[in-house]
Design a protein around this ligand. Sequence first.
Ligand code: SF4
Ligand code: SF4
Length: 353
Amino acid sequence: MKEKVFLIRSSGESDPELSAKLSAFLDSSGLLDFIEANDIIALKTHFGESTKSGYVRPVFIKAVGDLVKGRGGKPFLTETSTLYRGNRTNALDHIMTAVRHGFGSENSSMPIIMADGLYGDEEVEVPIPGKIHTSVKIAALFSRVQGAVIVSHFTGHLAAGFGAALKNMGMGCSSRKGKLLQHSTAKPRVKQKLCTRCGVCVKWCPADAIDMEEKGARIDQSRCIGCGQCLAVCRFDAVAYNWGATYEDLQKKVVEHAMGLSALLGGRALYINFLTRISKDCDCMDVYENIVPDAGILVSRDPVAIDAASLDLVEKAAGKKLSEMAYNIPCGFQLEYAKELGFGSAGYELEES
Ligand code: SF4
Ligand code: SF4
């Protein structure tokens, strides 16, 4: 079955102008009609690791929150702690980062409540018909809400190939243990010939798994949790992954966790993907460099359909594969595995609003 995906095309508008277009579409589309009076609705987005990344700006988030309120719902902003060391490792640092980036209630008119508690360990085990896991660990708060709006920024990604709704759900809505499960097979190594001994990876490794030796950094495979942070922070290409053994596994596990979240929400969710400010790396990184012209905003009730449409639109806009613009890895496992599991629909019907 083909699921509907709606496109709100952008053509150089300012953020407030594009936000007004999104509001007008959502208000008239009926896509938020699953929200009933007094429903508590989680609005999940990514607050950005630094102001330099291309995260979805607060003006859009406020517009969505206002529409939820217009239907009698009670929205709040939510996120989960990251695995890597940075500005979003625990609830306190994460909330202060969100406030610095303009997501505080004075701008969004919504409170921020972390979905996985103070330290990222509040979780629920959700049974799924997966082929790798039969249950996944989702941030506990998602089991207590009456619905969700998942707002995702489409970007390239060093292991998932691309990050959008499925990645935002699977990795972004799982507990710390859930994230660890997804990363567990990705164990990098340092090519010591290229290592300058700068020590940056040692500082950032959340598992203290990197030792500095005379010839360069060395990763202790038994301590490494596979978070990928060392790869992201090394500026000398000295950290290497055996991608063949990792990206397929990671993408499939992301899908299984997304499936777990979807099961918890029971279909009471709307997905909004921003195909704007598209960068090679996800918003966990400190840098942002536009690799594709903006295509607009996609909206759907199906997380798989919206990601399939997003990838197609981005590649069409660029006239080449995402793997030629971002990381040279296959990114189709997310969509193929969702199909294999009967989760969502990779077939979609695009309708321009
Ligand atoms: S960041 Fe790269 S160059 Fe620096 S110590 Fe780590 S592996 Fe070596
Ligand atoms: S060594 Fe392992 S745990 Fe440490 S940053 Fe690299 S991938 Fe993460």
